[in-house]
Design a protein around this ligand. Structure first.
Ligand code: COA
Length: 260
Protein backbone atom coordinates (compact mmCIF):
# COMPACT_ATOMS: atom_id res chain seq x y z
CA UNK A 1 0.00 0.00 0.00
CA UNK A 2 1.35 3.45 -0.82
CA UNK A 3 0.56 6.67 1.02
CA UNK A 4 0.80 10.33 -0.05
CA UNK A 5 1.27 11.89 3.35
CA UNK A 6 2.90 9.12 5.38
CA UNK A 7 6.04 7.06 5.16
CA UNK A 8 5.30 3.51 6.28
CA UNK A 9 8.26 1.22 6.54
CA UNK A 10 8.31 -2.17 8.27
CA UNK A 11 11.71 -3.38 9.49
CA UNK A 12 12.04 -6.57 11.47
CA UNK A 13 8.54 -6.41 12.95
CA UNK A 14 8.54 -2.68 13.67
CA UNK A 15 6.41 -0.28 11.61
CA UNK A 16 8.08 3.13 11.36
CA UNK A 17 5.30 5.57 10.53
CA UNK A 18 6.36 9.11 9.64
CA UNK A 19 3.88 11.90 9.05
CA UNK A 20 5.35 13.48 5.97
CA UNK A 21 4.24 17.06 5.31
CA UNK A 22 7.32 18.86 6.61
CA UNK A 23 6.54 22.07 4.66
CA UNK A 24 3.35 22.38 6.75
CA UNK A 25 5.01 21.12 9.95
CA UNK A 26 3.16 17.80 9.41
CA UNK A 27 -0.23 19.38 10.12
CA UNK A 28 -3.04 16.84 10.12
CA UNK A 29 -5.21 17.57 7.10
CA UNK A 30 -8.07 15.27 6.08
CA UNK A 31 -5.78 13.19 3.87
CA UNK A 32 -3.25 12.60 6.65
CA UNK A 33 -6.06 11.54 8.97
CA UNK A 34 -7.51 9.17 6.37
CA UNK A 35 -4.10 7.62 5.76
CA UNK A 36 -3.36 7.41 9.49
CA UNK A 37 -6.63 5.50 9.85
CA UNK A 38 -5.52 3.04 7.17
CA UNK A 39 -2.11 2.73 8.81
CA UNK A 40 -3.65 2.05 12.25
CA UNK A 41 -5.88 -0.64 10.75
CA UNK A 42 -2.86 -2.23 9.08
CA UNK A 43 -0.93 -2.23 12.35
CA UNK A 44 -3.88 -3.83 14.16
CA UNK A 45 -4.42 -6.55 11.59
CA UNK A 46 -1.02 -7.50 10.12
CA UNK A 47 0.70 -10.18 12.18
CA UNK A 48 4.09 -9.23 10.76
CA UNK A 49 3.85 -5.84 12.55
CA UNK A 50 4.58 -6.23 16.27
CA UNK A 51 5.07 -2.61 17.31
CA UNK A 52 5.13 0.94 15.99
CA UNK A 53 7.30 4.03 16.14
CA UNK A 54 5.43 7.15 15.09
CA UNK A 55 7.27 10.35 14.26
CA UNK A 56 7.17 13.46 12.08
CA UNK A 57 9.28 14.30 9.03
CA UNK A 58 11.79 17.13 9.12
CA UNK A 59 13.76 18.80 11.87
CA UNK A 60 11.04 21.06 13.33
CA UNK A 61 7.83 19.23 13.99
CA UNK A 62 6.23 16.03 15.14
CA UNK A 63 2.82 17.47 14.21
CA UNK A 64 1.90 21.17 14.56
CA UNK A 65 -1.79 20.42 14.92
CA UNK A 66 -4.87 19.84 12.84
CA UNK A 67 -4.62 21.65 9.51
CA UNK A 68 -5.96 25.11 10.23
CA UNK A 69 -6.87 25.57 6.54
CA UNK A 70 -9.27 22.61 6.77
CA UNK A 71 -10.72 23.84 10.07
CA UNK A 72 -11.37 27.29 8.60
CA UNK A 73 -13.89 25.81 6.15
CA UNK A 74 -15.94 23.76 8.60
CA UNK A 75 -19.46 24.33 9.91
CA UNK A 76 -20.89 22.84 13.11
CA UNK A 77 -21.91 19.47 11.71
CA UNK A 78 -18.82 18.76 9.67
CA UNK A 79 -16.75 20.07 12.59
CA UNK A 80 -18.29 17.47 14.86
CA UNK A 81 -17.89 14.79 12.18
CA UNK A 82 -14.20 15.73 11.72
CA UNK A 83 -13.61 15.48 15.47
CA UNK A 84 -15.30 12.10 15.65
CA UNK A 85 -13.39 10.76 12.63
CA UNK A 86 -10.11 11.92 14.17
CA UNK A 87 -10.99 10.51 17.57
CA UNK A 88 -11.75 7.12 15.97
CA UNK A 89 -8.39 7.09 14.16
CA UNK A 90 -6.47 7.85 17.36
CA UNK A 91 -8.50 5.33 19.33
CA UNK A 92 -7.79 2.63 16.71
CA UNK A 93 -4.09 3.28 17.16
CA UNK A 94 -4.42 3.25 20.95
CA UNK A 95 -6.28 -0.08 20.90
CA UNK A 96 -4.33 -1.75 18.08
CA UNK A 97 -3.02 -4.35 20.54
CA UNK A 98 0.65 -3.60 19.78
CA UNK A 99 2.92 -1.13 21.57
CA UNK A 100 3.11 2.26 19.88
CA UNK A 101 5.87 4.72 20.80
CA UNK A 102 5.64 8.37 19.77
CA UNK A 103 9.09 9.75 18.94
CA UNK A 104 8.31 13.44 19.35
CA UNK A 105 10.93 15.29 17.31
CA UNK A 106 9.68 18.89 17.55
CA UNK A 107 6.35 20.74 17.85
CA UNK A 108 3.53 18.54 19.15
CA UNK A 109 0.70 21.04 19.26
CA UNK A 110 -3.06 20.61 19.26
CA UNK A 111 -3.78 17.44 17.27
CA UNK A 112 -0.06 16.63 17.44
CA UNK A 113 -0.09 16.54 21.22
CA UNK A 114 -3.34 14.57 21.03
CA UNK A 115 -1.80 12.07 18.62
CA UNK A 116 1.24 11.62 20.87
CA UNK A 117 -1.07 11.06 23.85
CA UNK A 118 -2.90 8.28 22.00
CA UNK A 119 0.43 6.43 21.75
CA UNK A 120 1.38 4.17 24.64
CA UNK A 121 4.76 5.75 25.39
CA UNK A 122 6.23 9.14 24.43
CA UNK A 123 9.92 9.88 23.97
CA UNK A 124 10.73 13.51 23.26
CA UNK A 125 13.77 15.14 21.71
CA UNK A 126 15.29 17.99 23.70
CA UNK A 127 13.82 20.53 21.24
CA UNK A 128 10.25 19.14 21.43
CA UNK A 129 7.47 21.53 22.40
CA UNK A 130 4.01 20.57 23.57
CA UNK A 131 0.73 22.42 23.87
CA UNK A 132 -2.99 22.56 23.27
CA UNK A 133 -3.25 26.02 21.71
CA UNK A 134 -6.76 25.56 20.28
CA UNK A 135 -8.38 28.25 22.46
CA UNK A 136 -6.15 30.82 20.75
CA UNK A 137 -8.04 29.94 17.56
CA UNK A 138 -11.47 30.06 19.21
CA UNK A 139 -11.78 26.28 19.19
CA UNK A 140 -11.22 23.61 21.83
CA UNK A 141 -9.29 20.34 21.48
CA UNK A 142 -11.22 17.88 19.30
CA UNK A 143 -9.03 14.78 18.97
CA UNK A 144 -9.19 13.69 22.61
CA UNK A 145 -7.09 16.39 24.30
CA UNK A 146 -9.69 17.28 26.90
CA UNK A 147 -9.93 13.59 27.85
CA UNK A 148 -6.42 12.11 27.58
CA UNK A 149 -4.47 15.10 28.94
CA UNK A 150 -6.18 15.09 32.38
CA UNK A 151 -5.84 11.31 32.53
CA UNK A 152 -2.09 11.66 31.93
CA UNK A 153 -1.14 14.73 33.94
CA UNK A 154 -4.12 15.38 36.24
CA UNK A 155 -7.03 17.76 35.92
CA UNK A 156 -5.35 20.90 37.27
CA UNK A 157 -2.34 20.89 34.96
CA UNK A 158 -4.47 19.77 32.01
CA UNK A 159 -6.85 22.69 32.51
CA UNK A 160 -3.91 25.08 32.78
CA UNK A 161 -2.51 23.89 29.44
CA UNK A 162 -5.87 23.77 27.67
CA UNK A 163 -7.17 27.13 28.95
CA UNK A 164 -3.97 29.15 28.53
CA UNK A 165 -2.86 27.50 25.28
CA UNK A 166 0.70 27.85 26.56
CA UNK A 167 3.55 25.90 24.97
CA UNK A 168 5.84 23.89 27.23
CA UNK A 169 9.30 22.52 26.51
CA UNK A 170 10.42 18.91 26.78
CA UNK A 171 11.83 19.06 30.34
CA UNK A 172 8.56 20.56 31.58
CA UNK A 173 6.57 17.91 29.66
CA UNK A 174 8.70 15.30 31.42
CA UNK A 175 8.22 16.97 34.80
CA UNK A 176 4.42 16.86 34.52
CA UNK A 177 4.39 13.28 33.21
CA UNK A 178 3.34 14.06 29.67
CA UNK A 179 6.44 12.34 28.25
CA UNK A 180 8.30 9.31 29.49
CA UNK A 181 11.84 10.40 28.59
CA UNK A 182 13.73 13.27 27.00
CA UNK A 183 16.68 12.36 24.78
CA UNK A 184 19.02 14.25 22.46
CA UNK A 185 17.43 14.78 19.04
CA UNK A 186 19.98 12.70 17.17
CA UNK A 187 19.31 9.74 19.47
CA UNK A 188 15.51 9.95 19.42
CA UNK A 189 14.74 7.26 16.86
CA UNK A 190 17.45 4.91 18.09
CA UNK A 191 16.30 5.25 21.72
CA UNK A 192 12.67 4.77 20.71
CA UNK A 193 13.56 1.66 18.75
CA UNK A 194 15.69 0.34 21.62
CA UNK A 195 12.82 0.74 24.06
CA UNK A 196 10.33 -0.81 21.63
CA UNK A 197 12.57 -3.78 20.83
CA UNK A 198 12.98 -4.33 24.58
CA UNK A 199 9.19 -4.52 24.90
CA UNK A 200 8.98 -6.81 21.86
CA UNK A 201 11.35 -9.25 23.58
CA UNK A 202 8.73 -9.73 26.34
CA UNK A 203 5.83 -12.16 26.09
CA UNK A 204 3.66 -10.56 23.39
CA UNK A 205 0.38 -11.88 24.81
CA UNK A 206 1.32 -10.57 28.24
CA UNK A 207 2.17 -7.15 26.77
CA UNK A 208 -1.11 -7.07 24.85
CA UNK A 209 -3.26 -8.00 27.83
CA UNK A 210 -1.40 -5.63 30.16
CA UNK A 211 -2.03 -2.74 27.72
CA UNK A 212 -5.69 -3.73 27.48
CA UNK A 213 -6.07 -3.92 31.28
CA UNK A 214 -4.53 -0.46 31.72
CA UNK A 215 -6.57 1.04 28.87
CA UNK A 216 -9.89 -0.35 30.07
CA UNK A 217 -9.10 -0.35 33.77
CA UNK A 218 -8.67 3.42 34.06
CA UNK A 219 -12.35 3.75 33.12
CA UNK A 220 -13.55 1.15 35.65
CA UNK A 221 -14.10 1.01 39.38
CA UNK A 222 -11.15 -0.48 41.28
CA UNK A 223 -13.03 -3.75 41.83
CA UNK A 224 -13.98 -4.07 38.15
CA UNK A 225 -10.42 -3.30 37.12
CA UNK A 226 -8.99 -5.82 39.55
CA UNK A 227 -11.36 -8.48 38.20
CA UNK A 228 -10.28 -7.68 34.64
CA UNK A 229 -6.65 -7.98 35.74
CA UNK A 230 -7.28 -11.32 37.46
CA UNK A 231 -9.06 -12.63 34.35
CA UNK A 232 -6.11 -11.65 32.18
CA UNK A 233 -3.72 -13.20 34.69
CA UNK A 234 -5.70 -16.45 34.52
CA UNK A 235 -5.90 -16.35 30.74
CA UNK A 236 -2.13 -15.98 30.46
CA UNK A 237 -1.71 -19.08 32.61
CA UNK A 238 -3.17 -21.03 29.68
CA UNK A 239 -0.40 -19.89 27.30
CA UNK A 240 2.78 -21.57 26.19
CA UNK A 241 4.46 -18.20 26.68
CA UNK A 242 3.82 -18.26 30.43
CA UNK A 243 5.25 -21.77 30.72
CA UNK A 244 8.26 -20.74 28.65
CA UNK A 245 8.83 -17.52 30.65
CA UNK A 246 8.70 -19.23 34.04
CA UNK A 247 10.69 -22.28 32.93
CA UNK A 248 13.37 -20.11 31.34
CA UNK A 249 13.77 -18.21 34.61
CA UNK A 250 14.10 -21.41 36.61
CA UNK A 251 16.58 -22.83 34.07
CA UNK A 252 18.57 -19.56 34.14
CA UNK A 253 18.23 -18.90 30.41
CA UNK A 254 16.45 -16.28 28.28
CA UNK A 255 12.89 -16.99 27.31
CA UNK A 256 11.91 -17.55 23.68
CA UNK A 257 8.32 -16.41 23.39
CA UNK A 258 6.12 -17.59 20.51
CA UNK A 259 3.03 -15.47 21.15
CA UNK A 260 0.79 -18.43 21.91
N1 COA B 1 -2.15 23.95 10.04
C1 COA B 1 -1.82 24.32 8.81
N2 COA B 1 -0.61 24.80 8.48
C2 COA B 1 0.29 24.90 9.46
C3 COA B 1 0.01 24.54 10.79
C4 COA B 1 -1.28 24.03 11.07
N3 COA B 1 -1.64 23.63 12.28
N4 COA B 1 1.10 24.78 11.55
C5 COA B 1 2.05 25.26 10.72
N5 COA B 1 1.55 25.34 9.46
C6 COA B 1 2.23 25.82 8.26
C7 COA B 1 2.38 27.35 8.25
O1 COA B 1 1.18 27.94 7.78
C8 COA B 1 3.54 27.50 7.30
O2 COA B 1 3.06 27.31 5.98
P1 COA B 1 3.53 28.34 4.80
O3 COA B 1 5.03 28.20 4.75
O4 COA B 1 2.83 27.82 3.58
O5 COA B 1 3.09 29.70 5.25
C9 COA B 1 4.42 26.30 7.62
O6 COA B 1 3.58 25.34 8.25
C10 COA B 1 5.56 26.64 8.56
O7 COA B 1 5.01 27.23 9.73
P2 COA B 1 5.49 28.64 10.34
O8 COA B 1 4.36 29.19 11.14
O9 COA B 1 6.04 29.49 9.26
O10 COA B 1 6.66 28.13 11.29
P3 COA B 1 7.21 28.87 12.60
O11 COA B 1 8.47 28.16 12.97
O12 COA B 1 7.27 30.34 12.40
O13 COA B 1 6.09 28.59 13.73
C11 COA B 1 4.55 27.23 14.97
C12 COA B 1 5.87 27.29 14.17
C13 COA B 1 4.27 25.75 15.29
C14 COA B 1 4.69 28.02 16.27
C15 COA B 1 3.41 27.84 14.13
O14 COA B 1 3.44 27.24 12.83
C16 COA B 1 2.05 27.63 14.70
O15 COA B 1 1.67 28.30 15.65
N6 COA B 1 1.25 26.68 14.12
C17 COA B 1 -0.10 26.43 14.53
C18 COA B 1 -0.13 25.64 15.82
C19 COA B 1 -1.55 25.42 16.26
O16 COA B 1 -2.28 26.32 16.61
N7 COA B 1 -1.97 24.15 16.25
C20 COA B 1 -3.27 23.74 16.67
C21 COA B 1 -4.19 23.71 15.53
S1 COA B 1 -5.82 23.20 16.04
Amino acid sequence: MSYHTLLFDVRDGVAFITINRPDKLNALNDEVMRELGLAAERVATEAEIRGVILTGAGPKAFVAGADIGDLAKQGPFDGKARAQRGQAVLRRLETCGKPVIAAVNGFALGGGCELAMACHIRLASENAKFGQPEVKLGIAPGYGGTQRLPRLVGKGVALQLILTGEMIDAPEAYRIGLVNRVVPGDALLAESEKMLRGILAMGPLAVRLAMEAVDQGVEMSLDEGLLLEANHFGLLAATQDMKEGLTAFLEKRSAKFQGR
